[in-house]
Structure formats: C-alpha cells, structure tokens
Design a protein around this ligand. Sequence first.
Ligand code: IPT
Length: 921
Amino acid sequence: MSAHIGDFGRPHGTVPPRAALHTDAPSIDLSGAWRFRLSPTATGLDEFWAEGYDDSGWDALPVPSSWPMHGYGQPAYTNITYPFPVDPPHVPTENPTGDHRRVIEVPADWAGQRVLLRFEGVDSYGRVWVNGAEVGATQGSRLTHEFDVTAHLRAGEANVVAVRVHQWSAGSYLEDQDMWWLPGIFRAVTLEVRPSGGIDDVFVHAGFADGRGTLRVDAPDGALLSVPSLGLRDVAVNTDHVLDRVEPWTPETPTLYEAAVSTGAETVSLRIGFRTVAVVDGLLTANGQRIFFRGVNRHEFHPDLGRVVPLDAVRAELELMKTHHVNAIRTSHYPPDAALLDLCDELGFWVVVENDFETHGFEQNGWRNNPTDDPRWTDALVDRMRRTVQRDKNHPSVVMWSLGNEAGVGRNLASMAAVARELDPDRPLHYEGDRSNAHTDVHSRMYATPDEVAEIGAAPDGLPFVLCEYAHAMGNGPGLLSTYRELFERYPRCQGGFIWEWLDHGIRRGNHFAYGGDFGEPVHDGNFVIDGLVFPDRTPSPGLTELGAIFAPVRLVPDGDALTVRNGYDHRDLTGVTLDWTVAVDGTTVAAGSQAAPDLAPGQSAPLPALHADVPAGRGEAWLTVTARLAGATVGAGQVRLRSAADRPRRSGRRLVGDTLGPAVFRGGDLVALGGLALRGPRLDVWRAPIDNDVFGPDPVADRWRKAGLHRLTHRVVDAADGADGYVVTSRVAPAGSDRALLATYTWTADDDAVTLALHVEPTGDWDVPLPRAGVSMAIPGRLGAVEWFGGGPGEAYVDSSVAALVGRYESTVDALQTPYVRPQENGNRTKVRQASFTDPTGAGLELIGHPTFELTARRWSTAELTSARHTDDLRPGRDVHLHLDYGHHGLGTAACGPPPAPEAWLHAEPFDLVVTLRAR
Ligand code: IPT
C-alpha cells in the first residue's frame, strides 16, 4: 500500500482539463445501478477490479449518489474541525471505502476511436480501472477528471468499469468546507468518444464595450464558427470579430446567442453572452457599469440525496432566487455541477465560481502545516485551480474566480492566482482569506459589521469591496438586511455581497430534518449547518421573503402621503412594469387600479401621481398599497398611510362586583374567563424561545438571559383593588435569587362585552441585559384555531426584519402561523397588529384590539416547550392556544455569525406600556 492515500492531493492519470462542452460526439451516460460494496477500511481488500470478479453478492447502488444517504454508514457534520486527526497528508486506517462496479456494452462503431471516461464528482478519491487495468485516480471531489481509456476498452463487447472510492484521502485536507461529509460518486460518469479531428476544447471570449460586441472563439485551427442570429456563418475560429447590434448580457437581460463550432468530425454548441468584466477606477464593472451583487452563497445539497441535486431541483431553486431578486451566486466553496452554470447563463446571475479548496481546520492548530503554505501541496492546488477555470471558462454568468475559502495564507495562493490569470486574464480574482489582497482584484470580507462596511466604503481609495458572506441566515433571521442594502447603495465601492447561505442542509429523517450530532458523530457542530434562506426541502423561510422585499428592483417609497417610485434595476428601464394599486380602509379594499410604471432609467425616481383621490370619508385607517409587476412576477411593493385611524374605543364604565368586572371573571388578580370563554392570563412575560442568533456567537445574549433568570420569572401579586381608574392589579415579577424585578401594573376596565387591559411595566434594580420580548402571555381554548388580523403580514416579521410585512387584513390558522425552523425556536410573530380574532368553526371566540398596536404570536405549545424542543416533531399540540401580545421584541440581528441587532433594534429593559381590549364574540 502506498505511504498515504492520495499523493498530497494530486490526481493522476488524467487528461488535461478542458471546458465542459455540449457536443454531438457519441457518449454513454453511466448513471444508474452499479454494484456496490462498502468496507470499513481502505486496507486488505480484494482485487475487485478484475474482469472475472464475482460481484453477484454485492448490493445495487445508484450512481450518482452519496452512499450514506442510501444506508451505508452515516452522514457526519463538522464546520471547521477536521473529523480525523490533523496529521497531513495521512488519514485514518478506518477509512470507509466504497467499491463500485459496472458492466457496460460499448457500441461496435466506437472501435478505433479515442474514448474518455469522465467523472464530474467523486468524494474524495476514486481509483479507476477499466477491464482490470488501472487508469488513474481522481482527487478534488468537486472537480471533473477524465481518463483516456482507449487502450483498455473493447468496442462491441461488455466492459468492466471499477471504481474504489475512499472517503478520506490527502485531498480531504483541502476540502474542509462547512458541510456534511458525504462520500460517493455523486455526479455524472460518462464515456465519450473524442473523434479524430474533433474539438477537445473551446474558449469563448465575448466582450461588450462602446455599444458593440467583440468575439473571439479559440478552437482547433480549421474549425468553423457560426452565430446565425449575428450573421456569422462558418467563419474562422481564432480570429477577432467586432459585432454591431449585439445586446449585452446582464442578469437582468441575459441575452444569449446560439452558436456552433464545427469540424467535419464534431460540432460543439454554445450559448454566447457578451459582457466585459473589469475593475475600472476602483469599481468592479460589467460593460462599464458598476456590478451590485445581491447574492447568496450556494452549497449543493439535497435533504434525501446528499450531494446529489437533480437538475429539476436546481432549476427550481434558481427560479426561486430570481423571484426573490437574488442576482448573484457564490458557488461556496467549490465548483458546482456544470449544469448549474448553463442555467445561470440562461436565467441571469452573476456567478463567482470558487475553487474546491478550504483548510479551515488548520486554524485550530495555529495554521501549522497548512497546505496553503506548503510546497508539497502546490501541484494539487494549482491542479484544482486549473480544473476550475478550464471547465467553466465559457459562461457569461461567471464573472470572478475565487481561489477558495478559509484556507489561511501562504505561497500556494500566488501559484493558484498565477495559473488562473494565465488561463483567463479576463476575469478578476477573489479570495477572502488574505487581507493583504496580494493575489486578488477585489477586497473581500465576511460578516463585517455595518460600521466596518461604512468605513471601507468611505475610504478614499482601494479595491472594489464585496462581502463574500454576510447576514448569516441561521434560524430566525437574518435581521439587518436593510442596513446592509443602504450601505451598498451609499458607497459605490461596496458592491454588495452574498448572504450566508441559500439553503439549510438538513437531512430528512422521519418527520423532521436532522442536523449535526443526530447521527452519533463524536465530533460535530450541531445545527450550524442549518443556516439558509430556504428550508432543506427548498421552501422559503421568512428570511427569503424579507430579502425579496429588500432587493425588489422597483422601489415604492413613502414621501409624505404619496409614494415615490425608483428604478432599482442596474441595467434596464421599467418597460413592461405595471403598478397595481389598492386603497384599503381598515384592510378592506375600497378602490383599485393599475397603470404603467413611469419611464425611468436605472437609479432614477419619480413621484407617483396621486392615486387616492377617492378615499371615502370616515374614521378608518386608510392605506395606499402599490405592487409592481413584470410579466406576472412581483418586482416591488410599497405602502403609504393615507389616513390614521381614530383611536379605537376603549372599554370603561363597569366596576368590579365580587370577582367580576363586566364580562370578565378574575381569580387572584388573573383573568380566568371572558363572556363564558375560559382563559389563563394575560400575565407579564418576557421570555422567547432563543433563536440561533441569541444562542450562538462570541457573547450569546441567551446566556445572559438565562443567567438573569428571564426564563423562570415568578409573580407576586402585590395588590388587587378596584378604584376610580379601574380594577388595578400590581405585581412584582422577578427571578429566584435576584433583587431585580419588573413591576407590573395591570389596569382593567370594562363595559358590557369587553375588557381593556392597560399594562404598565417598570424595571427596578440593575438591568444590564436587554429583554427577549416585553408583553403578556395568555392561553385560550385550542378550538379557537382560525385567525384573522389587521396589521402587518402576511408573514412573520420582527423589528429588524419587517420590510416584507405590509399592513392589511389577513386570515390564517394557528397552525399556519408557525414557521418550522429546523431547530425549533421563537417564530411566527405578526407585527403592528391593530386588531385580531381567534375563532372556532362557528365563528365564536376572542377578539383583540390594540391601542394602537401589539405584536402577536400564537401557537399550540408553550414557549417553554418551544424552548426545549430539538426537532420540529418534538412539538406536540396541547389543549390550548398560547398567545403572546407584545409591546416589542429584541431584534433578530445576525449574531450567530456576525453582528448583533442594530442599536435601535435592542429591547432595553425600560418602562413600557401595552394597551389591549379583549372581547369575547
Ligand atoms: C464562514 C465560512 O466561510 C462558511 O463556510 C460558514 O462556515 C460560515 O462561516 C458559518 O456558517 S467562516 C466563519 C469562521 C466566519
């Protein structure tokens, strides 16, 4: 056996990397059932590659696949920590090894032709045999490797392809990305004829400058190029063309031109997009215009299949990004399946393709022996960079190459940068890990605070700046998105960034999604792998809805009692955009219409003509809501209040008689019934089920909350007495062991059918922690499952994530108000609620009226139960509906990996008031 598996990360036996091409050369897709055997170690195995080997006792496994997702071994998750000793280049003897065999018929007419065997993704190391002869080995899990198997293949006969995949190899040291460790042949395997006189490689150089396209297609001499729609027919390759009447390619206008490069032996089809990417005067530009990345980091993951993502799922997720106005993707932290980039060309995204390279776990060892600075690893790293550039160089969507992620610094960065520049001088380079920017064309940071971003933006000169990761979308959140957008719009150098991250990598297990530690991993990072804008099954989380509202290109901004429309597209006018408007009084539409958007160039604004001449006279709260639509999709929405509500009537006039105040019955100062409806509460409550942004990060606020005892407050009724102002209950609310308290004064008034609670709260003692929430909780009968409200909606919203919430009248159910965060945590708040009702199927129930508003949460389990749940199916509906009516919430922020809420979104322990009318109906 060799000294170590994988020769310092070098693959061997492969042909030189080349572009992914759509060709008419014959090929055979080797997807399907292969024979498979898993062994716990890499040593002592038999010669399964031999042609006569009997694999009839083996199982069948689909290829492509991540074998732990098919019951072979277990997935394992670590973020930074290597799941094996840091002992480069060695890996443990316990090294799950998957032997794959497949017999394939090769057509007789392939005889005499050159044939390549291509692997597009093998995690982490694949030794390959054809008909018993070893042809080489892959290394670089997310990179394409091709082997020339001409000498070993027999046309017109059955052939045996055998692949031994080791989970761990030297290359694993270069692949410490924050994701599940999932071995397998997880992308396509193909046999392809390379016709003699064919086209092995093509490099399209298509620029756009001064209103004209430039085109040069590098291909074998003698090949001919056609771009019929541009009038090019069978013109020579390797020559420069200048083309009038070319539309530039941008994500907003992804114009592609069908093209073909042909020799007598082979035709390659291409889709050409014309754009020039360059750093000009400190700005990253495309076609001379500033690029603005409204981006996401995208990993490849599927909750049932692991690293295998079917093409229809990829298309669906890109379409979901488009409808939420995402215009850029960083392929964190490796090149994606090649098909993704075809879709990005077609649908329109700026793409930063990252090399398959991360050595983050060396940081925990003082960066000692980091491959990034070790010449023994130079070949492997240069090979990785070369494979990355070569495969993906023809995509107009790809605007930058990234050397990798979180790999520290060292001399191999220079080698990688050099090979990328040599192969492709036309694309700038990105790498975040080297603050000196010695090898990059843009300055990049992750999780910089808004203040740091402003400082970078205001600096007199420097490189273009991108946030390659920001707004960590773990659990409920992120907050702060509009703060970052303002910075990107204020400072030209701050060219946007990429949210961390697109998708929760939860693994479906029974009725829930599993995360790190759920598979018995001895070392793991829990739910840090659940930090996406969409759930594992790709349903949007509220964070994505908020992002969509923030990056919507048609901006409708209140200005006095009118709206201003701003064209927030970068590259197109508002042709085709219609503005659909409604005027609603107390949530009921009274007038509606539609008009074309004004003619505005990118960045221009105009006031909208008055649309609300016809608000009927009266007392209700009136709103003008405008929704911008383009080809059926929503491209912006905004609101302005046309008239404030007259204060809704409070209830008064009744005095306490025994335990009864109007329709309400009290016991020991607590409301227990209202007009025949059994209730518990409302009582002061400040606890929320900590969200990930409360729990993680360097100084988790949830630790301070628990230390302060905010999850175990006790109540002491100090006094309960009827008086001139109403029935007044005072209570001292405090945790065991502390002399700090919240003094609550509940003043109850009533008339015949309703009571009004005016709650005043005064903190006393030394409060050095913010409050999670500030309000009351109460329980109502579980049959009141239908919800209707007038206020912010339709979705969940919090103080620093509420741009998507529009004031309106909404209907839902208690069940549908829940957001199923993979690790259960506080969720579901509806903001600025004026009025709400909870009713049973007969329409009877409870109505709540805010003076003026309250924050509303309702669920079928208590906040204590929500706090202790680990997975969604730990939550079981109880008999009651638990309500929280809040004055406010602490902001969401993004502290799980990034800054806490902005100062104005903190909920400091200060006096507050909450006034709500309750009516049984
Ligand atoms: C950063 C990583 O680049 C990313 O892969 C992911 O792990 C993210 O953090 C957290 O979810 S690195 C971090 C130490 C800032």
